[in-house]
Design a protein around this ligand. Structure first.
Ligand code: EPS
Length: 390
């Protein structure tokens, strides 16, 4: 079973990720991993922290001579900001360390601060926010890049784009080639394929900058080349749509997920929502009239593009803070303000790609298995033959 874990505090020494269960023999390019980390750091609206960090993966286990060797992969990403936090967050308590702490006692509405501090019985939310921070997603993107390398071997590509920032929304359909082009850009504004719409999105972010506020939005992840038959209808937890939903909602600040055109579908009649079925006799393949289902029916991939959207609330750290209560005095107080981002929708899209890639890679290996890439390939080929002769 493919699985991954991450560890690390936002201002600690390192972020750590492990990924276990991949077959041996997958080509891994460090440049490709670092390119994904770079993409995650981009976008108009990021805060001062991104000027400090230049994320680079150090693969310390599981990859030798540019290939996976079947053992767990371990990746480190250094937090450059750590040097400003050595006294505030030391591993070992030393004399006088208490005075060097940077306590956060005025929890920010929307952040994990309050619920986390009460639950873990801290009267300072510092340790909570250190781990709740979206800094952790750099580690997810690093292992997501490895999952993409596996999927790439089977012709599966996972990309994303931004559909909405605040009130501004892209209304037109998008070609996959536009997403490819977007992913190759060397500068990222707001991750929208349409320059005119993106300019309006920028105005939303500018308004948030002006008013000390933040904005959210919607990103869409598109996976192309996914074979029919990943996931299953047979049990609730093997349904791939549910697994993708969990993966997307687990991303910091994501409050909603949509598979295909779920929201529009809920407001339409069934005849306008279901994707009609056709058959191409020459190609011996089933085709579909549209892809409003987002490539998933009954929790099983149907061979169409997998479309998953994440709905991102505005970042909860506001320069113009909201009402809160001081954890020490219990008196009303304005929420703490720490340097923060104003908008992160394109970055969330890149994280969404990583999460979708990890879930698809897991479902792919569940079905096709294999200890070596050759074995996985044979198994996959056998299945494709079966589908072709269906
Ligand atoms: C974050 C707060 C900010 C963001 C951070 C997420 O960090 P800091 O408090 O150090 O300024 O920059 O995101 C990242 C560091 C990152 O790499 O994406 C938060 O509270 O979630």
């Amino acid at each position: 079973m493919l699985r991954f874990e991450t560890a690390g505090e936002s201002h600690g020494e390192w972020l750590v990720a492990t990924l276990t269960g991949l077959p041996a023999g997958i080509p891994i390019s460090l440049d490709a991993v670092n390119r994904e980390l770079w993409r995650r750091q981009q976008g108009y609206g990021r805060g001062g922290r991104m000027k400090i960090e230049t994320d680079r993966a150090e693969i310390v286990a599981g990859v030798r001579h540019s290939h996976t060797i079947g053992s767990p992969i371990a990746i480190l990403i250094r937090n450059r900001d750590w040097e400003n936090w050595t006294h505030a967050l030391p591993v070992e308590d030393v004399a006088g360390a208490k005075d060097q702490r940077k306590p956060l006692t005025r929890p920010r509405p929307g952040h994990a601060d309050l619920a986390g501090a009460v639950k873990y019985n801290f009267h300072d939310a510092r340790y909570i926010l250190e781990r709740a921070s979206a800094r952790e997603t750099a580690a997810r993107v690093a292992v997501g890049a490895i999952a993409k390398a596996l999927l790439g071997e089977f012709g599966i590509t996972v990309l994303s784009h931004v559909i909405a920032v605040g009130r501004v929304r892209l209304e037109r359909a998008v070609e996959f080639s536009e997403l490819v082009e977007l992913s190759r850009r060397d500068s990222v504004l707001l991750g929208c394929v349409d320059a005119a719409v993106e300019a309006h999105m920028k105005e939303e972010v500018d308004e948030a900058y002006r008013t000390g506020d933040t904005v959210g939005g919607v990103f869409e992840v598109v996976a192309r080349g996914v074979p029919i038959g990943l996931g299953s209808h047979v049990t609730w937890d093997s349904r791939l749509d549910g697994r993708l939903a969990q993966a997307i909602v687990s991303i910091q600040a994501v409050k909603g997920v949509e598979i295909g055109f779920a929201a529009a579908g809920a407001a339409s009649f069934g005849s306008q929502v279901q994707d009609t079925i056709h058959y191409d006799r020459a190609g011996r393949v089933f085709t579909r009239g549209a892809n409003r289902a987002g490539g998933l029916e009954g929790g099983i991939t149907n061979g169409q593009d997998v479309l998953v959207r994440g709905l991102l609330k505005p970042i909860s750290t506001l320069r113009r803070p909201l009402e809160s209560v001081d954890l020490t005095t219990r008196e009303p107080a304005l929420a703490a303000y720490e340097r923060s981002d104003v908008a992160v929708v394109p970055a969330a899209g890149v994280i969404g790609e990583a999460m979708v890639a990890l879930v698809l890679a897991q479902a792919f290996l569940e079905k096709f298995g294999g200890d070596s890439l050759d074995e996985t390939r044979r198994n996959y080929q056998g299945y494709l033959d079966q589908v072709r002769n269906y």
